[in-house]
Design a protein around this ligand. Structure first.
Ligand code: GDP
Length: 256
């Protein structure tokens, strides 16, 4: 394994254990500090804070939780670090409608450059502002994903109102409706994920997780993976593999 880290093999060949240990330590420290900035935007009440808390594995009632159910009045941007991986930051960005800025100015104001990707949340179909923002994000060559929130509410309502309720049918209809609206607005093949922040393991959150992992640059993938809530065995196994891949460095580090 010493081949994989530049300088380690050479140091060991020269019997320079201290030098090798230093290189390994540098690598481990750097790895822990890779920043991941996730911008969460959507109108007030869309479910941004609840989504951020669920993603961070923090209960809404927790001290570290993003405040939920409070109406925004200012252009306030708050960052919430992941409790175990403080290099992973979730940014609660005010809805573009709340700020009254055009999409390009809004993005400059929130310092879009620092974000690895954006999540645009809505608890209804996406509106003109969401489309404008997405188009501007695209122009700035950043990635964005649409999250249609509070799906548990929709499912419950459909269950109550439809005689021949089908979960798949209902979810399909909601997603189609969102995609159609976004396409009409001019977004090509929008990625829409149906999510309930109260039940992340249901609906499309696992799929969002996989998509993010696939689309993030390789050196950011572990940061995302480790910050993910343990919603299913697949994530737990992936974390295990990623940890195992690192163990050799920790153990070499200890030996030297
Ligand atoms: P924000 O203003 O965008 O940060 O929205 P909040 O996260 O404060 O959510 C607004 C309200 O919607 C709160 O009462 C939340 O409890 C509720 N909410 C948020 N996400 C969900 C969800 O996935 N399902 C349900 N049923 N309610 C949600």
């Amino acid at each position: 394994p010493t081949k994989e880290l530049p300088g380690v093999k050479e140091a060991l060949e020269k019997n320079d254990q201290a030098g090798a240990a230093e290189k390994i330590q540098e690598y481990l420290e750097k790895k822990d500090k890779i920043p991941l900035n996730i911008g969460i935007t959507g109108e007030s009440g869309a479910g941004k804070s609840t989504f951020i808390n669920a993603f961070r594995g923090v209960d809404n009632r927790d001290e570290q939780a993003a405040p939920t159910g409070i109406v925004e009045t200012t252009m306030e941007i708050t960052q919430y670090p992941h409790p175990n991986y403080p290099n992973v930051l979730f940014w609660d960005l005010p809805g573009i409608g709340t700020t009254n800025f055009p999409a390009d100015e809004y993005l400059k104001l929130v310092e879009f450059e620092k974000f690895d990707f954006f999540v645009i949340i809505s608890d209804t179909r996406f509106r003109e502002n969401d489309v404008k923002l997405a188009q501007e994000i695209q122009k700035m060559e950043k990635k964005f994903y649409f999250v249609r929130s509070k799906i548990d509410n929709d499912v419950n309502a459909e269950k109550r109102s439809q005689r021949d309720f089908s979960l798949e049918g209902s979810l399909g209809k909601i997603k189609e409706n969102c995609i159609e609206g976004l396409e009409t607005g001019g977004i090509k093949s929008p990625k829409v994920f149906l999510v309930s922040s109260f039940d992340l393991h249901l609906y499309d959150f696992p799929c969002l997780q996989k998509t993010l992992e696939k689309e993030l640059p390789a050196h950011k993938r572990d940061a995302l993976l480790f910050s993910m809530p343990n919603i299913n065995m697949e994530i737990i196994n992936k974390k295990k593999e990623a940890f195992q891949a690192q163990i050799k460095w920790y153990s070499v580090d200890k030996l030297c």
